[in-house]
Design a protein around this ligand. Sequence first.
Ligand code: ATR
Length: 264
Amino acid sequence: MKKYLVIGNPIQHSLSPLIHNYWINKYNINAMYEKKKLDKQDLGDFVLKIKNKKIHGANVTVPFKQDIISYLEKLTPEAEKTRSVNTIYLDNDELTGDNTDIFGFMHAIQDIKFDVDKKHILILGAGGVVPSIIYSLIKMKAFKITLTNRTKKKAENLKSYFKDLNVINWDEIQNFDMIINATSVGLSVDDELNLNLSKIENNKFFYDLIYNPKETFFLKNAKFKGNKTENGKKMFIYQAAKAFEIWHGIKPEINDEVKKLLDL
Ligand code: ATR
């Protein structure tokens, strides 16, 4: 039986085992998928188990998506460009890191038929997932990408990866077509972003990468004002689907049952 894992810290809330085991059963694959909490110093030993085929693949989540890179032998162009790895596999016996968050975000946005072309997009936050969001938006030909972060230096640092990125101050938010919350604010139900979004006009699109809780304050407020809103659930499903395809060679079906399975 092949063994797959998601590693991170904390990891108890990860829904990856639920979705991967659902597909493993559905497609009659002789495998199991579990979650494992690791510390940073365990990463080297962990990847050795993949190299030695004791483990056959892994997802990597917060906070190791960057730290894991130094233990790998090869990166896909997407992982290289974003310096972020969420999926590991052996390719010709080489430990390979890929980034399926990009696929996840792009397909989530395409699914809801929001065309980023000609749109000015604001990203809130500058954490580990943000390079993947920027990369996806560039691939989808977004007109302009602006970023703001409470700690401005972290936002400025991202300009060395993406030269056309526009960085603004946290308290100077003007009008945008799409506003993406990529901060961790909202993970606790009563978390609220301390931001003035009053200059944003009506009928815009508010996207939150958080999917648990289903509706953060950020989305609730936006919806109340009549805007279109979407949480990060579809992105999560699509990134998992891409990892599944990489490991098992099967494009899993994303149907209502899968969506219901993850209905938090
Ligand atoms: P990771 O890289 O693991 O995704 P992170 O680096 O801690 O997580 O990033 C979390 C993001 O949420 C950061 O952009 C962080 O802003 P800072 O860089 O200023 O820390 C943002 N964030 C977390 N708590 C916040 C708060 N109370 N208000 C505004 N932004 C917050």
